[in-house]
Ligand binder design. Structure first.
Ligand code: SF4
Length: 400
Protein backbone atom coordinates (compact mmCIF):
# COMPACT_ATOMS: atom_id res chain seq x y z
CA UNK A 1 0.00 0.00 0.00
CA UNK A 2 1.59 3.37 -0.97
CA UNK A 3 2.26 5.67 1.96
CA UNK A 4 1.87 9.40 2.22
CA UNK A 5 4.85 11.39 3.51
CA UNK A 6 6.44 11.48 6.01
CA UNK A 7 6.34 7.77 6.75
CA UNK A 8 9.87 6.50 6.28
CA UNK A 9 11.01 4.40 9.27
CA UNK A 10 13.16 7.11 10.80
CA UNK A 11 11.05 10.15 9.90
CA UNK A 12 9.57 12.17 12.70
CA UNK A 13 5.83 11.63 12.68
CA UNK A 14 3.33 14.46 12.38
CA UNK A 15 -0.13 14.21 13.88
CA UNK A 16 -2.75 16.94 13.77
CA UNK A 17 -5.61 17.52 16.17
CA UNK A 18 -8.61 19.78 15.71
CA UNK A 19 -11.18 20.57 18.36
CA UNK A 20 -14.29 22.59 18.99
CA UNK A 21 -15.54 23.24 15.45
CA UNK A 22 -17.89 20.33 14.92
CA UNK A 23 -17.29 17.18 12.88
CA UNK A 24 -16.96 18.75 9.42
CA UNK A 25 -14.78 21.75 10.34
CA UNK A 26 -12.59 19.70 12.69
CA UNK A 27 -11.87 17.20 9.91
CA UNK A 28 -10.97 19.90 7.40
CA UNK A 29 -8.71 21.52 10.00
CA UNK A 30 -6.98 18.25 10.99
CA UNK A 31 -6.34 17.35 7.34
CA UNK A 32 -5.14 20.82 6.29
CA UNK A 33 -1.42 20.31 7.15
CA UNK A 34 -1.19 16.94 5.37
CA UNK A 35 0.53 16.92 2.00
CA UNK A 36 -1.94 15.25 -0.35
CA UNK A 37 -0.15 16.13 -3.61
CA UNK A 38 0.55 12.42 -4.14
CA UNK A 39 -3.13 11.50 -4.42
CA UNK A 40 -3.81 13.57 -7.55
CA UNK A 41 -5.30 11.28 -10.18
CA UNK A 42 -5.28 8.32 -7.77
CA UNK A 43 -8.09 6.16 -6.39
CA UNK A 44 -8.73 6.53 -2.66
CA UNK A 45 -10.84 4.17 -0.55
CA UNK A 46 -12.31 5.59 2.66
CA UNK A 47 -12.90 2.90 5.28
CA UNK A 48 -15.12 4.36 8.03
CA UNK A 49 -16.45 2.36 10.94
CA UNK A 50 -19.88 1.50 9.55
CA UNK A 51 -19.94 -2.07 10.74
CA UNK A 52 -23.08 -1.69 12.82
CA UNK A 53 -26.51 -0.14 12.39
CA UNK A 54 -26.37 3.01 14.53
CA UNK A 55 -27.45 6.63 14.24
CA UNK A 56 -25.00 9.56 13.95
CA UNK A 57 -23.82 10.77 17.33
CA UNK A 58 -24.27 7.42 19.07
CA UNK A 59 -20.49 6.94 19.25
CA UNK A 60 -20.79 3.60 17.44
CA UNK A 61 -20.15 4.52 13.81
CA UNK A 62 -18.12 7.23 12.10
CA UNK A 63 -19.89 10.57 12.01
CA UNK A 64 -21.13 11.26 8.46
CA UNK A 65 -19.74 14.81 8.51
CA UNK A 66 -16.23 13.43 9.11
CA UNK A 67 -16.70 11.20 6.06
CA UNK A 68 -18.14 14.13 4.07
CA UNK A 69 -15.19 16.39 4.89
CA UNK A 70 -12.68 13.67 4.00
CA UNK A 71 -14.38 13.10 0.63
CA UNK A 72 -14.27 16.85 -0.04
CA UNK A 73 -10.59 17.18 0.90
CA UNK A 74 -9.50 14.27 -1.30
CA UNK A 75 -11.65 15.44 -4.21
CA UNK A 76 -10.11 18.89 -3.86
CA UNK A 77 -6.70 17.22 -4.08
CA UNK A 78 -7.73 15.59 -7.36
CA UNK A 79 -8.42 12.03 -6.15
CA UNK A 80 -11.21 9.66 -7.14
CA UNK A 81 -12.92 8.65 -3.87
CA UNK A 82 -15.11 5.73 -2.79
CA UNK A 83 -16.33 4.47 0.59
CA UNK A 84 -16.21 0.80 1.55
CA UNK A 85 -17.06 -1.41 4.50
CA UNK A 86 -17.38 -5.07 5.43
CA UNK A 87 -19.65 -5.04 8.50
CA UNK A 88 -19.83 -7.42 11.45
CA UNK A 89 -21.65 -10.70 10.97
CA UNK A 90 -25.41 -10.25 10.65
CA UNK A 91 -25.37 -6.57 9.63
CA UNK A 92 -26.55 -5.36 6.21
CA UNK A 93 -23.98 -2.75 5.21
CA UNK A 94 -26.53 -0.79 3.14
CA UNK A 95 -28.67 -0.41 6.25
CA UNK A 96 -25.61 0.60 8.28
CA UNK A 97 -24.66 3.25 5.69
CA UNK A 98 -28.24 4.57 5.59
CA UNK A 99 -28.87 4.67 9.33
CA UNK A 100 -25.45 6.13 10.08
CA UNK A 101 -25.94 9.00 7.62
CA UNK A 102 -23.01 8.01 5.40
CA UNK A 103 -25.28 7.03 2.50
CA UNK A 104 -26.79 10.51 2.54
CA UNK A 105 -23.46 12.37 2.37
CA UNK A 106 -22.25 9.94 -0.31
CA UNK A 107 -25.40 10.56 -2.40
CA UNK A 108 -25.02 14.33 -2.09
CA UNK A 109 -21.49 13.99 -3.46
CA UNK A 110 -22.12 11.19 -5.95
CA UNK A 111 -19.50 9.13 -4.12
CA UNK A 112 -19.72 5.33 -4.62
CA UNK A 113 -20.56 3.15 -1.60
CA UNK A 114 -19.06 -0.33 -1.72
CA UNK A 115 -20.29 -3.44 0.04
CA UNK A 116 -16.86 -5.03 0.32
CA UNK A 117 -18.32 -8.47 1.03
CA UNK A 118 -19.92 -8.79 -2.41
CA UNK A 119 -16.88 -9.96 -4.34
CA UNK A 120 -14.68 -12.92 -3.57
CA UNK A 121 -11.80 -12.41 -1.12
CA UNK A 122 -8.11 -12.25 -1.96
CA UNK A 123 -5.96 -14.50 0.17
CA UNK A 124 -3.03 -12.54 1.59
CA UNK A 125 0.00 -14.12 3.25
CA UNK A 126 1.12 -12.67 6.60
CA UNK A 127 4.80 -13.64 6.62
CA UNK A 128 5.51 -11.90 9.94
CA UNK A 129 2.34 -13.22 11.59
CA UNK A 130 2.55 -14.93 14.96
CA UNK A 131 -1.15 -15.71 15.45
CA UNK A 132 -2.22 -15.72 11.81
CA UNK A 133 -0.36 -16.69 8.63
CA UNK A 134 -3.02 -15.84 6.04
CA UNK A 135 -5.95 -13.44 5.78
CA UNK A 136 -9.00 -13.29 3.54
CA UNK A 137 -9.04 -9.64 2.48
CA UNK A 138 -11.77 -7.76 0.62
CA UNK A 139 -10.28 -7.04 -2.84
CA UNK A 140 -10.99 -3.29 -2.77
CA UNK A 141 -8.63 -2.85 0.18
CA UNK A 142 -5.80 -3.98 -2.12
CA UNK A 143 -6.93 -2.49 -5.42
CA UNK A 144 -7.24 1.19 -4.49
CA UNK A 145 -4.12 3.33 -4.55
CA UNK A 146 -4.67 4.70 -1.06
CA UNK A 147 -6.61 3.38 1.91
CA UNK A 148 -7.86 5.80 4.58
CA UNK A 149 -8.99 4.56 8.00
CA UNK A 150 -11.79 6.60 9.62
CA UNK A 151 -12.56 4.98 12.96
CA UNK A 152 -14.47 6.30 15.96
CA UNK A 153 -12.61 6.94 19.24
CA UNK A 154 -13.86 4.04 21.30
CA UNK A 155 -12.95 1.95 24.26
CA UNK A 156 -13.17 -1.77 23.52
CA UNK A 157 -13.86 -4.51 26.00
CA UNK A 158 -11.35 -6.91 24.43
CA UNK A 159 -8.68 -4.78 22.77
CA UNK A 160 -8.99 -1.82 25.20
CA UNK A 161 -9.32 0.71 22.39
CA UNK A 162 -10.41 0.46 18.78
CA UNK A 163 -8.91 3.09 16.50
CA UNK A 164 -7.31 3.42 13.04
CA UNK A 165 -5.11 0.31 13.19
CA UNK A 166 -7.86 -2.00 14.41
CA UNK A 167 -10.45 -0.45 12.08
CA UNK A 168 -8.66 -2.25 9.24
CA UNK A 169 -10.30 -5.44 10.51
CA UNK A 170 -13.35 -4.22 8.60
CA UNK A 171 -11.37 -4.96 5.40
CA UNK A 172 -11.38 -8.67 6.23
CA UNK A 173 -13.88 -10.64 4.21
CA UNK A 174 -17.23 -11.66 5.68
CA UNK A 175 -16.98 -14.16 8.54
CA UNK A 176 -13.20 -14.39 8.37
CA UNK A 177 -13.21 -11.45 10.81
CA UNK A 178 -14.73 -13.72 13.43
CA UNK A 179 -11.75 -16.08 13.29
CA UNK A 180 -9.47 -13.45 14.80
CA UNK A 181 -11.55 -13.70 17.96
CA UNK A 182 -11.32 -17.47 18.17
CA UNK A 183 -7.60 -18.14 17.98
CA UNK A 184 -5.70 -20.36 20.42
CA UNK A 185 -3.05 -18.80 22.71
CA UNK A 186 0.16 -17.89 20.88
CA UNK A 187 3.17 -19.80 22.13
CA UNK A 188 5.73 -17.56 23.78
CA UNK A 189 3.47 -14.48 23.82
CA UNK A 190 1.46 -13.63 26.92
CA UNK A 191 -0.85 -11.18 25.18
CA UNK A 192 -4.32 -12.26 24.08
CA UNK A 193 -4.44 -13.93 20.64
CA UNK A 194 -6.79 -11.21 19.32
CA UNK A 195 -4.22 -8.53 20.16
CA UNK A 196 -1.42 -10.51 18.49
CA UNK A 197 -3.64 -11.07 15.45
CA UNK A 198 -4.36 -7.35 15.08
CA UNK A 199 -0.64 -6.58 15.25
CA UNK A 200 -0.13 -9.32 12.63
CA UNK A 201 -2.87 -7.86 10.45
CA UNK A 202 -1.24 -4.43 10.58
CA UNK A 203 1.86 -5.88 8.91
CA UNK A 204 -0.13 -6.27 5.67
CA UNK A 205 -3.18 -4.01 6.06
CA UNK A 206 -1.96 -0.58 7.06
CA UNK A 207 -3.80 2.57 5.98
CA UNK A 208 -2.06 5.40 4.17
CA UNK A 209 -3.84 7.90 6.37
CA UNK A 210 -5.81 7.86 9.62
CA UNK A 211 -8.67 10.28 10.29
CA UNK A 212 -9.94 9.48 13.78
CA UNK A 213 -13.44 10.68 14.60
CA UNK A 214 -13.75 11.86 18.18
CA UNK A 215 -16.90 13.89 17.56
CA UNK A 216 -18.69 11.53 19.93
CA UNK A 217 -16.51 8.80 21.40
CA UNK A 218 -17.56 5.73 23.32
CA UNK A 219 -16.49 4.91 26.85
CA UNK A 220 -16.97 1.78 28.93
CA UNK A 221 -18.37 -1.24 27.19
CA UNK A 222 -17.28 -0.47 23.64
CA UNK A 223 -17.40 -1.18 20.80
CA UNK A 224 -21.20 -0.97 20.83
CA UNK A 225 -22.65 -1.24 24.33
CA UNK A 226 -20.77 1.62 26.00
CA UNK A 227 -21.80 5.21 26.72
CA UNK A 228 -21.48 7.88 24.03
CA UNK A 229 -19.22 10.75 25.09
CA UNK A 230 -19.13 14.03 23.15
CA UNK A 231 -15.50 15.10 22.60
CA UNK A 232 -15.67 17.33 19.49
CA UNK A 233 -12.20 16.34 18.30
CA UNK A 234 -10.63 14.85 15.15
CA UNK A 235 -7.09 13.45 14.82
CA UNK A 236 -5.28 12.94 11.50
CA UNK A 237 -1.90 11.51 10.58
CA UNK A 238 -0.18 9.44 7.92
CA UNK A 239 1.17 6.93 10.46
CA UNK A 240 -1.91 5.17 11.84
CA UNK A 241 0.02 4.04 14.92
CA UNK A 242 1.08 7.61 15.67
CA UNK A 243 -2.46 8.93 15.16
CA UNK A 244 -3.79 6.15 17.40
CA UNK A 245 -1.22 7.02 20.06
CA UNK A 246 -2.36 10.66 20.11
CA UNK A 247 -6.00 9.54 20.20
CA UNK A 248 -5.16 7.25 23.13
CA UNK A 249 -3.71 10.22 24.99
CA UNK A 250 -6.83 12.29 24.27
CA UNK A 251 -8.90 9.38 25.64
CA UNK A 252 -6.84 9.36 28.83
CA UNK A 253 -4.86 6.21 28.11
CA UNK A 254 -1.42 5.37 26.75
CA UNK A 255 -0.68 3.46 23.53
CA UNK A 256 2.04 1.52 25.36
CA UNK A 257 -0.77 0.00 27.44
CA UNK A 258 -2.63 -1.15 24.32
CA UNK A 259 -1.12 -4.52 23.36
CA UNK A 260 -1.82 -4.44 19.61
CA UNK A 261 -0.36 -0.93 19.28
CA UNK A 262 2.68 -1.69 21.44
CA UNK A 263 3.43 -4.96 19.60
CA UNK A 264 2.95 -3.39 16.16
CA UNK A 265 5.22 -0.47 17.05
CA UNK A 266 7.86 -2.83 18.49
CA UNK A 267 7.89 -4.63 15.14
CA UNK A 268 8.39 -1.33 13.30
CA UNK A 269 4.95 -0.95 11.69
CA UNK A 270 4.55 2.54 13.13
CA UNK A 271 5.48 4.84 15.99
CA UNK A 272 3.60 5.20 19.28
CA UNK A 273 6.23 7.11 21.24
CA UNK A 274 4.91 10.66 21.56
CA UNK A 275 8.51 11.90 21.92
CA UNK A 276 9.09 10.85 18.29
CA UNK A 277 6.17 12.91 16.98
CA UNK A 278 5.26 16.49 16.35
CA UNK A 279 1.67 17.00 17.37
CA UNK A 280 -0.10 20.20 16.38
CA UNK A 281 -1.32 22.53 17.71
CA UNK A 282 1.00 22.80 20.73
CA UNK A 283 -1.87 23.06 23.17
CA UNK A 284 -3.57 19.82 22.06
CA UNK A 285 -3.16 18.41 25.59
CA UNK A 286 -5.88 20.81 26.73
CA UNK A 287 -8.38 18.63 24.86
CA UNK A 288 -7.65 15.43 26.80
CA UNK A 289 -10.97 14.12 28.04
CA UNK A 290 -10.53 10.71 29.68
CA UNK A 291 -12.98 8.00 28.69
CA UNK A 292 -14.02 5.44 31.28
CA UNK A 293 -12.21 2.19 30.51
CA UNK A 294 -14.10 -1.01 29.79
CA UNK A 295 -14.91 -2.90 33.01
CA UNK A 296 -12.50 -5.71 33.85
CA UNK A 297 -15.33 -7.82 35.10
CA UNK A 298 -18.83 -7.87 33.67
CA UNK A 299 -20.23 -9.26 36.92
CA UNK A 300 -19.64 -5.82 38.45
CA UNK A 301 -21.48 -4.13 35.60
CA UNK A 302 -24.32 -6.65 35.78
CA UNK A 303 -24.55 -7.80 39.42
CA UNK A 304 -25.41 -11.48 39.95
CA UNK A 305 -25.01 -12.23 36.26
CA UNK A 306 -21.87 -14.14 35.33
CA UNK A 307 -20.85 -14.07 31.69
CA UNK A 308 -18.84 -17.18 30.86
CA UNK A 309 -17.00 -16.01 27.76
CA UNK A 310 -14.61 -18.51 26.25
CA UNK A 311 -13.42 -17.80 22.69
CA UNK A 312 -16.49 -15.90 21.60
CA UNK A 313 -16.43 -13.27 18.90
CA UNK A 314 -17.61 -9.69 18.94
CA UNK A 315 -20.95 -10.52 17.29
CA UNK A 316 -22.10 -12.66 20.22
CA UNK A 317 -20.60 -10.22 22.72
CA UNK A 318 -22.47 -7.30 21.21
CA UNK A 319 -25.76 -9.19 21.15
CA UNK A 320 -25.35 -10.21 24.77
CA UNK A 321 -24.23 -6.82 26.04
CA UNK A 322 -27.03 -4.96 24.31
CA UNK A 323 -29.48 -7.54 25.63
CA UNK A 324 -28.18 -7.21 29.19
CA UNK A 325 -28.22 -3.43 29.06
CA UNK A 326 -31.84 -3.49 27.99
CA UNK A 327 -33.13 -6.35 30.14
CA UNK A 328 -30.88 -6.72 33.18
CA UNK A 329 -33.65 -5.51 35.51
CA UNK A 330 -36.25 -7.87 34.07
CA UNK A 331 -34.01 -10.89 33.60
CA UNK A 332 -34.54 -12.36 37.06
CA UNK A 333 -38.33 -12.34 36.50
CA UNK A 334 -37.71 -15.19 34.06
CA UNK A 335 -35.52 -17.11 36.54
CA UNK A 336 -37.55 -16.60 39.76
CA UNK A 337 -35.89 -19.39 41.71
CA UNK A 338 -32.32 -18.21 40.97
CA UNK A 339 -30.20 -15.61 42.76
CA UNK A 340 -27.51 -15.68 40.08
CA UNK A 341 -27.58 -16.37 36.36
CA UNK A 342 -24.75 -17.87 34.30
CA UNK A 343 -24.67 -17.03 30.61
CA UNK A 344 -22.22 -18.73 28.24
CA UNK A 345 -20.97 -17.55 24.84
CA UNK A 346 -18.12 -18.82 22.69
CA UNK A 347 -16.70 -22.06 21.38
CA UNK A 348 -14.22 -22.84 24.15
CA UNK A 349 -16.56 -24.38 26.73
CA UNK A 350 -16.41 -28.08 27.46
CA UNK A 351 -18.52 -28.17 30.60
CA UNK A 352 -20.81 -25.58 32.12
CA UNK A 353 -22.69 -25.18 35.40
CA UNK A 354 -26.14 -26.67 35.33
CA UNK A 355 -28.75 -24.17 34.23
CA UNK A 356 -26.36 -22.02 32.20
CA UNK A 357 -28.11 -19.98 29.54
CA UNK A 358 -26.18 -20.87 26.37
CA UNK A 359 -26.14 -18.31 23.57
CA UNK A 360 -25.03 -18.97 20.00
CA UNK A 361 -24.27 -22.01 17.89
CA UNK A 362 -20.81 -22.22 19.42
CA UNK A 363 -22.35 -23.41 22.70
CA UNK A 364 -24.64 -26.02 21.10
CA UNK A 365 -22.61 -29.05 22.02
CA UNK A 366 -21.37 -28.36 25.52
CA UNK A 367 -22.93 -30.12 28.46
CA UNK A 368 -25.25 -28.39 30.92
CA UNK A 369 -28.97 -28.51 31.25
CA UNK A 370 -29.76 -24.91 30.44
CA UNK A 371 -31.70 -23.04 27.82
CA UNK A 372 -29.92 -22.97 24.47
CA UNK A 373 -30.51 -20.11 22.03
CA UNK A 374 -29.25 -20.90 18.50
CA UNK A 375 -27.90 -18.37 16.01
CA UNK A 376 -24.61 -17.04 14.81
CA UNK A 377 -24.98 -14.63 16.40
CA UNK A 378 -28.34 -15.16 18.09
CA UNK A 379 -30.80 -12.29 17.90
CA UNK A 380 -31.81 -10.52 21.11
CA UNK A 381 -35.51 -11.13 20.51
CA UNK A 382 -34.79 -14.88 20.22
CA UNK A 383 -33.14 -14.80 23.63
CA UNK A 384 -36.21 -13.11 25.08
CA UNK A 385 -38.55 -15.66 23.49
CA UNK A 386 -36.38 -18.54 24.74
CA UNK A 387 -36.28 -17.38 28.36
CA UNK A 388 -39.83 -16.05 28.62
CA UNK A 389 -41.50 -18.80 26.59
CA UNK A 390 -43.69 -16.13 24.97
CA UNK A 391 -43.61 -14.12 21.73
CA UNK A 392 -42.08 -10.66 22.14
CA UNK A 393 -44.05 -7.49 21.54
CA UNK A 394 -43.24 -4.98 18.81
CA UNK A 395 -41.34 -2.63 21.11
CA UNK A 396 -39.09 -5.40 22.38
CA UNK A 397 -38.49 -6.58 18.81
CA UNK A 398 -37.18 -3.12 17.90
CA UNK A 399 -35.02 -2.69 20.98
CA UNK A 400 -33.17 -6.01 20.77
S1 SF4 B 1 -22.09 -18.37 17.72
FE1 SF4 B 1 -21.43 -16.40 18.49
S2 SF4 B 1 -19.31 -16.70 19.19
FE2 SF4 B 1 -19.86 -18.41 17.84
S3 SF4 B 1 -19.11 -17.77 15.82
FE3 SF4 B 1 -21.31 -17.25 15.96
S4 SF4 B 1 -21.33 -15.13 16.65
FE4 SF4 B 1 -19.26 -15.92 17.08
Amino acid sequence: MPQLPPNQPEARRSVHVAHGGGAYANTIEALRPIDLAGVHGKRVLLKPNAGRVATPGSGVTTHPDVVAATIDVFREAGAEVAIGESPIVGVDVREAFETGGIASVARQRDCPLIDMDRRRFVEVAVPEGRAIRRLKVCPEALEFDFLVSLPVMKMHMHTRVTLAVKNMKGCLWRRSKVKLHMLPPVEGIDEKPIDVAIADMSSVLRPSLAVIDGTVGMEGLGPSAGRPKPMDVVVAGTDAFAADAVACRLMGTDAQAIPHLRMGADRGYGVVDLARMTVTPDHWHEWISPLAPPPENLTIEFPNITVLDNRSCSACQSTLLLFLKRYKDRLFDYFPSQETIDIAIGSGHTDLPEGTLRLGNCTANCKGLGIFVPGCPPVGSQILIAISGKPVDEEDKKSV
